[in-house]
Design a protein around this ligand. Structure first.
Ligand code: DOR
Ligand code: ZN
Length: 449
């Protein structure tokens, strides 16, 4: 048998077990998982040296920037950074400049991305204020609509319940995910007015503006409207115990709701602002130890469906501004998997749960066909990890343009050795091997479209 590529001497995560053997890849797909690969002829052989081979991570919440924000990140540096972190597919958020609010901008974004990306990239669009644009964007293959409830990208009156019902209903028709940034415009405005004249530190002002109450109010509102309209609601980056409780209750009542958590909300808390200042500034903000513990519980109990980085790169100059001026956002591509695998080693989470959260569930929820698991017929999107190797997080070595991290100096006990995308070896030992533009633009295909 002659195939394009054969990964040999691997410990493969296959159907919930670790099996020793090899993976045969042809035409970008896994065609066979085989115990003995000695008789296989292939154009390319990868010796896994008995390391673990896992499905590549699917990161459903990323900001690749480019366009007028390419000084922060572009499609090449962003996707190289993802590949270095073991991520093989990402979904790009619409708050670029200009934002992804119509078909023309989306097409332009795809055209630029096509020439630069080294992994799989799909797109979100913002919920457009002109409702008739919703089906047009769906037909262009987006994987979800994004709504920033505190600061919409289009002229939607997010305070008006009936208006939201209108948009939720239209999106529901297309059986596509509606992802929301859970914060509440009115609560933020009320908080800001209460803070006026008070003698508070910039950090206190920030934390008292973007509060757990705002997050909870937004989630409660969305759940109510989603129940009424049958929209497929996905709550982005939940950060509090209270948010989790609301989602848990909604799930028990069989509402169609999913949610994600970021690595920074799982590992960092308010105390970390002392050391990292604006480098730890993100929205939603870091919260308390109790919130952090509740999120871990939510992961283990299956209330949280997905871990997503919310990779949000900015420049060092921007992050060096005064705390209230500095933009929120933390680059996450190159830290998520090493941090989480370290927790697997420590027994804080099982490998099964981790793979569900980073590969299987994202593929299932967002309708990424043939992705999220290692099986015959699946796309050959894989990551090779060394669970015996130690490493230290060094942002100066990131492929991302954003060479900062509140995880700088953290010791991790697993290393991402290689990343394979559609059968191509994209990253090995920290080096990007794939040519610019070798990645693939993904488009959602749905029988309804
Ligand atoms: O911290 C954040 N950064 N939260 C967001 O919602 C946006 C993001 C960004 O684009 O920088
Ligand atoms: Zn985001």
């Amino acid at each position: 048998m002659l195939v394009d590529c054969c990964i040999e001497n691997a410990k493969i995560y296959f159907k919930g077990n670790i099996v020793e053997g090899g993976i045969l890849i042809d035409n970008g797909k896994i065609i066979k998982i085989k115990k003995n690969t000695s008789l296989i002829q292939s154009d390319h052989k990868i010796n896994a040296k008995n390391r673990l081979v896992l499905p590549g991570c699917i990161d459903v919440h990323v900001h690749l920037r480019d366009f007028k924000l390419s000084y922060k990140e572009d499609f090449y540096t962003g996707t190289c950074s993802a590949a270095k972190g073991g991520i093989t597919t990402v979904l790009d958020m619409p708050n670029s400049k200009p934002p992804t609010i119509n078909v023309n901008i989306l097409k332009e974004r795809k055209d630029i991305a096509r020439k630069k990306i080294v992994i799989n990239v799909g797109f979100y669009a913002a919920v457009p204020s002109e409702i008739e644009k919703i089906p047009l964007l769906v037909r262009e293959g987006i994987f979800g609509f994004k709504l920033y409830l505190h600061h919409p990208l289009t002229k939607i009156n997010v305070e008006d319940e009936n208006e939201l019902i209108k948009y939720f209903s239209e999106i529901a028709k297309w059986n596509i995910i509606l992802a929301v940034h859970p914060d509440d415009k009115r609560t933020i405005e009320k908080n800001l007015s209460l803070l006026k004249g008070k003698n508070l530190s910039p950090l206190e002002i920030f934390l008292k503006t973007y509060t757990p109450e705002g997050e909870r109010i937004a989630i409660d509102r969305c759940l109510k409207i989603a129940e009424k309209t049958k929209a497929r609601l996905h709550i982005c980056h939940i950060s509090t115990s209270s948010a989790l409780t609301a989602i848990q209750i909604a799930k028990k009542r069989n509402l169609n709701v999913t949610c994600e958590v970021t690595p920074h909300h799982l590992f960092l808390k308010i105390d970390d602002f002392k050391q990292w200042k604006s480098y730890a500034k993100t929205l939603p903000p870091l919260r308390t130890q109790q919130d952090l513990e509740a999120l871990w519980k939510g992961l283990k109990e299956g209330v949280i469906d997905i871990i997503a980085t919310d990779h949000a790169p900015h420049t060092i100059e921007e992050k060096e501004k005064d705390f209230l001026e500095a933009p929120p956002g933390i680059p996450g591509f190159e830290v998520m998997l090493p941090l989480m695998l370290t927790m697997v080693k420590h027994g804080k989470i099982s490998l099964d749960t981790l793979i569900s959260l980073t590969s299987y569930n994202p593929a299932k929820i967002f309708g990424l066909k043939n992705k999220g698991k290692i099986s015959e017929g699946s796309d050959a999107d894989l990551v090779l990890v060394d669970m015996k190797s130690q490493d230290i997080i060094k942002p100066e070595l990131f492929c991302s343009k954003a060479k900062y991290s509140p995880f700088a100096g953290w010791k991790v006990e697993a290393k991402i050795v290689a990343t394979i995308v559609n059968g191509m070896l994209v990253m090995e030992d920290g080096e990007i091997l794939a040519p610019t533009g070798s990645g693939k633009i993904l488009e959602r295909s749905d029988p309804l479209c």
